[in-house]
Design a protein around this ligand. Structure first.
Ligand SMILES: [Zn+2]
Length: 54
């Protein structure tokens, strides 16, 4: 009853567009604080960190 679902173990996340320049050349930044329901990302294009909610 504990089969690993391959659909939930995605090794590649959807690209997140930068809110500043719209580039998808972004990387996921892992927050260190516990209980954060938001994702930190970093835009390689304009070198700005931004938050992606949801
Ligand atoms: Zn950007």
């Amino acid at each position: 009853m504990s089969d690993p679902d391959p659909s939930t173990t995605t090794s590649q996340e959807d690209p997140v567009a930068c809110p500043y320049c719209g580039s998808t050349n972004t990387e996921r930044d892992h927050p260190k604080g516990p209980g954060l329901c938001r994702s930190m990302h970093f835009c390689r294009n304009c070198e700005q960190p931004f938050e992606q909610f949801g």
